[in-house]
Design a protein around this ligand. Structure first.
Ligand SMILES: Cc1cc2nc3c(=O)[nH]c(=O)nc-3n(C[C@H](O)[C@H](O)[C@H](O)COP(=O)(O)OP(=O)(O)OC[C@H]3O[C@@H](n4cnc5c(N)ncnc54)[C@H](O)[C@@H]3O)c2cc1C
Length: 308
């Protein structure tokens, strides 16, 4: 119920305008978003790197409706790649296809993404294509497969709440498509997604076992396990111990601002940890998805709004 409500809010355009200018909420979004600009993001990324963790940077934005906006997003990523290189940051990038114009025109979108991947390849950098709502799942995978045939510095995301994910992962492993596995952040119908928390978790652990197969890891396959869920992390650690998988064969990923304690524990235990670090003015939809993941976040926000 609560999740549906915040997701509904995240798609409401007039509310978006009002809320984006709302200073208090913006300050609170600062827990999850490092700043409006790349200049603000760079020192934070450097600090994270100094703490022994890598980063994937997200220039916030999604669902752009005109080509100028999509081109501006692509340019922002090209500039980001230059900056990562110049500042010697240990950072990859994460992009969304709807930010690159997927809803406008498929070829236009691919062209934008390809520019980014080529530039990243020049710098030996890596581009992760985030997974959005199920309306885009198949198209995102199709585009990913066509890009993966030409480039090896591109990866994808799979969501354990979708029924189809096991089959997708089998196919991706066959085609050497590097996967970031997450639970999934959108509201999906029960016809295509597990609605029960335990089913999502069981599927998550099942899928990690496919991704952490020692044979494919020894061939250079490098999965990313994206979660803050202690149960998932314990399950993964137990599995890699049993299978004698070295910690450098995969990485844990977490969101900036979530479970900092766990991030440090995993780093201290010798695991590779990468933080997803978003920046930019389009923080609204991202912030509301983070709110929707935790009831406490919503009550905290509402309490602060009422006290204001
Ligand atoms: C690196 C990364 C990339 C991601 N990329 C995508 C993507 O491309 N597509 C997509 O659909 N989803 C993506 N997600 C989001 C993901 O799908 C989940 O919605 C999110 O990670 C919460 O799931 P969880 O595994 O942490 O488990 P949960 O059961 O939701 O959370 C476990 C614990 O983590 C903490 N926690 C989790 N979320 C929050 C929060 N927002 N605020 C405060 N505490 C929190 C709480 O302590 C909670 O008890 C990504 C997540 C990560 C970490």
């Amino acid at each position: 119920m609560l999740r549906n409500f915040v997701l509904f809010l995240s798609e409401n355009k007039s509310l978006k305008k009002f809320i984006t200018n709302f200073t208090l909420i913006k300050e609170m979004a600062g827990r999850f978003v490092v700043g409006d600009t790349l200049q603000e993001a760079v020192p934070r990324v450097r600090e994270i790197n100094k703490m022994g963790m890598n980063v994937t940077m997200d220039h916030l934005g999604e669902h752009v409706n005109d080509t100028e906006e999509a081109d501006a997003s692509a340019d922002a990523y090209l500039n980001l790649l230059d900056t990562i290189q110049k500042e010697r940051l240990k950072a990859h990038i994460s992009i969304k296809l709807t930010q690159m114009g997927l809803s406008i025109d498929r070829e236009f979108c691919i062209n934008n993404v390809e520019k980014i991947i080529k530039k990243a390849r020049e710098y030996e950098n890596f581009v992760r294509i985030d997974m959005e709502g199920s309306l885009y799942t198949q198209e995102t995978l199709n585009i990913f497969y066509s890009l993966r045939e030409k480039y090896d510095n591109v990866g994808i995301v799979i969501q354990s709440y979708l029924h189809r994910s096991e089959e997708d992962i089998m196919e991706l492993i066959k085609k050497k498509g590097f996967v970031r596995l997450c639970k999934g952040a959108y509201e999906e119908p029960s016809s295509i997604a597990f609605k029960n928390k335990k089913d999502v978790e069981d599927n998550y652990l099942k899928l990690t076992r496919l991704l952490l197969d020692s044979k494919i890891l020894n061939e250079g396959y490098y999965p990313a396990i994206a979660t803050h869920d202690v149960k998932m992390i314990i399950g993964v650690k137990k599995y890699v111990r049993e299978q004698n998988i070295e910690p450098n064969k995969f990485e844990f990923q977490m969101l900036y601002g979530v479970r900092r304690d766990l991030q440090k524990i995993l780093r201290d235990e010798g695991y590779n940890v990468r933080l997803y670090v978003p920046y930019g003015r389009e923080w609204y939809a991202y912030y509301l998805r983070r709110l929707g993941e935790r009831t406490d976040n919503v009550t905290f926000l509402l309490r602060n709004l009422m006290l204001d």
